[in-house]
Every structure is written in structure tokens, then in C-alpha cells.
Design a protein around this ligand. Sequence first.
Ligand code: SF4
Ligand code: SF4
Length: 492
Amino acid sequence: MAFPGFKLTWQGRRKIKGGVHLESRKEFTADKPIVSDLLLPERLYLPLQQHAGQPAEPVVRVGDKVLKGQLLAAGQGSISAPVHASTSGTIVALEDFPAPHPSALPAPTFILEPDGEDRWVELGPEADPFGLAPEDICARVDAAGIVGMGGAAFPAAIKLSLGRRTRIRTLLINGGECEPYLSCDDRLMRERAAGIVDGIRIMLHSLGCRHAIVAVEDNKPAALAAMLEAARPHGFIEVAAVPSLYPMGWDKNLIRYLTGKEVPANGRSADVGVLLHNVQTAYAVQQAVRFGRPLIRRVVTVSGGAVAAPRNLEAPLGTLLSELLAYCGHRPDRTVRYVMGGPMMGDRLPHPHVPLIKGACGILALSAGEIQAEDAKPCIRCSRCVTACPVGLLPLEMMSRIRTGQTDAAVGFGLEDCIRCGSCSYVCPSRIPLVHYFKYGQGELMARREAQRKTEETNRLAAEKQRRLERTRQEAAQRKAQAQAAASGGAP
Ligand code: SF4
Ligand code: SF4
């Protein structure tokens, strides 16, 4: 598809590996405006851990009255993010509550009872971001609790501060949204393009970088047009149409396609001078740096065959997914699978009674007709999985090794490089759930490494204790010898 006026850097010059054309299923929600005026629920559930890294540390107590945007828990450690109140009300508990995770195991969570007033805490003064030093921008982003909102939930301030240590030549803004069903980024680009572009300019200022590319899949012409219009006054922000091919949003794919650079196998995008952020993250940065607003709500797609009125909602963090589904006409009797995120890489949830968190871009209630049949047949060695793999792996070989308990042999075939995108499972005519094997294999490797780390730690502590005992014994022997010497020297 041609888009007049777009500067399509590298397009057509660098091919992407593998990839699959998925049924988009975005039409259920893509043409409906974001709904922002939801009624507040009776209770909000705010987990202390909504991000990669260490959980936040509570700074308020049960019984405290809090205001909208007030800090509830501060980030701790080198990788963490604070948590804020999504509305005003009372903290009625800090207790374990099911987490939005495939296990739904309970995790420490603030329970906030809204008072209905939705009264803001006093926010810091509005600032001209371009009058701020880069480190002040990072401090504001950090204080606002912003994390990667495309799903990774890595604290955004840490990535932004990279500009002080590494030369970043290109800021890549991911508006690809390549997973089926999801359209929250599409809607945000159509409705708030100016805010996103402002956020991009702020991030560029913070990174000391003069070039940004906004990547939008070519199946989103309205979003492309809106972003192009908003970016037009700023020649250093390009808007690029990328093919709607899954997983185009994978950072290494985007970087290769748009800049021609190859991120090394175990490297990071910053190693090739590129930093990647999601469009919602850019918008959150603008809100935080310009207006002092912390991250307390997000736009999320609620969809699936068991949802009568799918749409994009801008919802307060901490709202139960079951309540957001109910708002969209959820049919629990028709639901065979709940997913947080997209159907390919999202997390399957055992139930929807878990809270909305910062990295959740989708809530799906899927019906039987939308789920791939799981009656696997033997591999016919057709190699479609190999062609589809964006990383260039041999999925059938990895799978056969894992199935026979040879996880180390699967590592030799690239198990650790697998990004668990599910493209291989999607194309497999034998319906072999290849990606499940890889998740299992990677989980086993992680468990093994964790066990090894614990053993090494135990051995280290034991050796340290032994050294301490030996030192004490030697000191005691030395004291005894000195006392005996003193006694014999002093004898008549
Ligand atoms: S796509 Fe499926 S059947 Fe074909 S080679 Fe891969 S695992 Fe075997
Ligand atoms: S899940 Fe892993 S092996 Fe399968 S296509 Fe994706 S990266 Fe390749």
C-alpha cells in the first residue's frame, strides 16, 4: 500500500526473516472511539509489582485516605517503578490478591475503596520539557511510574537514561501492534497523535538524539495519516509504514527493517544506537513531564468472540478485568480462554478476577471457534515452521529434543533465542503446539539456573562461615598463646 508523503526508510531494502500473516480480527474494535468515562468500580486492586524488577515498597498504610495520583508505593532497587492511586479514596487492605499471571498466584496488592470524588493530589507545576535537563526528564518519568506499555513493562526512565551512557542515534516508536484483536495503539494514534508526537520530542530531548521513526503497520491508514499530520512540523520525526506481518513489532525485526542495523544475538538495541518505545509509553511520558501526571490509567482493547460489544477502554489501573469485560457484554458461558495481551504472546489467565496493570494492552475472552484445535498429529517434516520463524531457528528439531528430555541439545538449536512468538505453532499443519514446548524448555532452563544459583549461594555462604570459624579459632589460639607467653615470661 502506498502512502504519499511518507519517507519509508530502508523499506524494501532489508527483508525481514520469517513471519506469518495472521487473521487481524482488529475490525471488532478499530473503528470505535476510546471510551474514557467509565464509572469507577467499588474497589481497585493495585499490585505492588506491575513492572519488571523489584516490587515497589508501600509508603501508605491501611486506613489512610489517599488522593488520585498520590504515591502508594515507591520503587526500590535498581530496577523498579512506583505505584500511585488511580482515584481518591481509602486504602482498605494491603494483602495477597490473585495476580494477572498464568498462575494467578496471589501477590501483595493495595485495595483502594474509591470515595467517588476522584480528587487529584496536588501535582507538581506544569513544565516546559525543553527547558528541563535530560536527568530531570528521567526523574519525572521515574516518579510517574511509567513502564513499557506494549507489554514488557520495563521501567521507561532506565531506558531513557541510556542516552547519558550510550550514543542513541535513532528513537524507534513502535505503533506496529502486530497481534490480532489489539487496536488500542491504533486508536491512541488516531485520537491523540499530537500528544504522542510531543512525548517523542520530549524523549528525544532527554536522550540527546535528533532522529525518531514512528513505525505503523500498513493496515492502519488512519493512524498513519494522523501521525504524519502531527509529525509534519518536525522534520526529524519520520513516520514509516511497515508490512502487517507478525511479529513485525519484535524489536530486532523493526530495527533491521527500518534502519538496516542488525542487533547482535545476545545484544540490546542500544548496542546499535537504537532505542525502542511503544506509542502509549510516549503519550504517558508527555502527560508526566508536561503536566506532572503519574501513570494511573491506560487504554486497553477488550475483545474476543465471547464479548458482545468489544471496544477500547481507557480504564483506571487496578480495575478488575472481569468488570471491564462485563462492561463490554462478556458472555462467560461462551468463554473457553482468557488472555491478557494478544492471543499469540499474551498470558493465558485461569480467570478474569485479576486487576488491570500497566503493561496490559488487551483483555480477550475467546470462544471455542477462535482457538486452534489441540489434537496434535505427528510431524510431517514440511518445514513450514522453519520458514515462519523470525529468528531463523529450527523449531521441529528443538521440539523433538525437548520432547525426549534433551533440553541441552535444544539449546544447541537456539532454544534460548526463541522469542516465543508462536509463529511456528500457527503454521504447523499437524497442529503441534511447538511454542508450548519452547516455553516449557526455557522454563526448565530458568529453573535449573535458579537451582544452580541457589546452590552456589549456599556453597558461598558455607565457605564464608567456614572461613569465619577458622579465623575465630586462629584468633582464640593466638590469644591463648599470647596469654601463655605472658604468663611464662612473668614467672619468677
Ligand atoms: S510445521 Fe509442524 S509438521 Fe511441519 S515440520 Fe514443523 S513441526 Fe513438523
Ligand atoms: S516461537 Fe520460537 S521457534 Fe517458534 S517461530 Fe517464534 S521464535 Fe521461532
